[in-house]
Design a binder for this molecule. Structure first.
Ligand SMILES: *Cc1c(COP(=O)(O)O)cnc(C)c1O
Length: 426
């Protein structure tokens, strides 16, 4: 088969179904081009992208300066492995640590790898700095978490679809309710073996659950009191998505010209991925101060591709776009507008019960049971009307467009969404 042969949508879907493992259930649309907030299918139909590859494409599809950095670097040097130094990694590490205000960065590729890295750093810190007896360290996580797909990470998931028949599971994790400070305090009290608390500042995959005001700050203080590392998984919420450079950056209003990234709730370990590359390349990272990161020495951890020169060049360009285009500020403004517009609409529509979110990470709740196909069917109708979104957990639809959207485009999207919902028949 010629690689350049142009397939129809149905042909492309048939190929994936026949030759690919069925580990996803994609919305039936086959995309072949993207630019900014738009994607096009193989028949040339244009859509607003309202998923942004799960918030990896915050900077918009094929951002010219990210693509330029990537192609220039690809023509110069792609991979050395960490057996040797390369002239790009240090620049990226300096730029990212300056931006997020940490001493050091450990580069990986995917979000799950960065989560694994954070867990390993936390355990090693527990044994070498906190003095927890060998093999006794425990890490607290939350119910309904999503941190990725490795065997260790799914060990502390409570999604049966992600877990079942993948055992035996990795031990050493304690699960508590999300957004519940009493539960955290109980788990920390009288347990000298707790090493860390890992949390998503907003639970994205679970359905965009925003915790109560002050939860993260109080959780961080509890961790500090018990000498436990506060680990923020900002793979989805980070890089301007929630209207701030980081969702754990509590005191910046982002009406500031530049979101300063001066966090009020500074995590002991910060996990980034997804939009760290603007969706151009797999780039993830773990950031921490020396007191924590220095437990890692040569040979303790690594990745052949982690910190490669393309990833470094792309990472710098992707963060530059966030700052230069003030995307945190834009996400903050457009997020408020989006929720206001939908809140005006919801009383007129039986189908939707509420909208929630922060910045441009939002979701609507569909008035139906979790196992109904209503949310899926609405997403099909949205697709037909030129907007791509995907249900998460049955009756919730996540809305997370690229942050480079204009106000006019956002209002256009609001009218597509409200029109589709008004006309929808079960
Ligand atoms: C997507 C995601 C991950 C996993 O990232 P991958 O690149 O898919 O491995 C981890 N944590 C959170 C919060 C995520 O949203």
């Amino acid at each position: 088969m010629a690689v350049l042969e142009q397939l129809t949508s149905q042909e492309a879907i048939d190929l994936e179904n026949k030759y690919g493992a069925h580990n996803y259930h994609p919305l039936p649309v086959v995309l072949s081009k993207g630019k900014g907030v738009f994607v096009w299918d193989v028949e040339g139909k244009k859509y607003y992208d309202f998923l942004s590859a799960y918030s990896a494409v915050n900077q918009g599809h094929c951002h010219p300066s990210i693509i330029e950095a990537m192609t220039n670097q690809a023509q110069t040097l792609t991979l050395t492995s960490r057996a040797f130094y390369n002239d790009m990694l240090g620049k990226f590490e300096k730029y990212a640590t300056d931006t997020f205000k940490f001493d050091k960065l450990l580069p990986m590729n995917t979000g799950a790898e960065a989560v694994e890295t954070a867990l390993k750093i936390c355990r090693k810190w527990a044994y070498e700095k906190k003095g927890i007896p060998e093999n006794k360290a425990q890490i607290i996580v939350c119910e309904n978490n999503f941190h990725g797909r490795t065997t260790t990470i799914i060990s502390f998931s409570n999604d049966p679809v992600a877990r079942k028949n993948f055992g035996p599971y990795t031990g050493g994790f304690i699960k508590i309710e999300y957004d519940d400070l009493d539960a955290l305090e109980k788990a920390l009290e009288n347990n000298e073996n707790v090493a860390g608390f890992m949390v998503e500042p907003i639970q994205g995959e679970a359905g965009v659950y925003v915790p109560s005001e002050g939860y993260l700050k109080a959780a961080k203080e509890l961790c500090k009191k018990h000498n436990v590392l506060f680990i923020a998984d900002e793979v989805q919420t980070g890089i301007a998505r929630t209207g701030r450079l980081l969702a754990t950056c509590g005191n910046c209003s982002c009406s500031d010209k530049h979101c300063s990234g001066e966090p009020e709730v500074k995590p002991d370990i910060l996990i980034l991925g997804k939009a760290l590359s603007g969706g151009a390349y797999p780039v993830s990272a773990v950031l921490a101060d020396d007191i924590v990161m220095d437990v890692i020495g040569p040979g303790n951890h690594g990745s052949t591709f982690g910190g490669n020169p393309i990833a470094a060049a792309v990472g710098i360009a992707a963060l530059d776009v966030i700052k230069n285009e003030e995307l945190a500020n834009n996400a903050y403004k457009l997020g408020n507008l989006f929720r206001n517009e939908l809140e005006k609409f919801i009383p007129t529509c039986d189908l939707v019960s509420s909208v929630r979110g922060k910045g441009l990470l939002n979701a609507i709740l569909i008035n139906d049971t979790e196992d109904s196909s209503t949310a899926w069917d609405i997403c099909i109708a949205l697709r037909d009307n030129g907007l791509l979104a995907k249900p998460t957990h049955g009756n919730i639809i996540r809305f997370a467009p690229p942050l480079v959207m204009t106000e006019e485009q956002l209002l256009d999207c609001v009218s597509i969404i409200t029109k589709t919902l008004s006309e929808f028949k079960k």
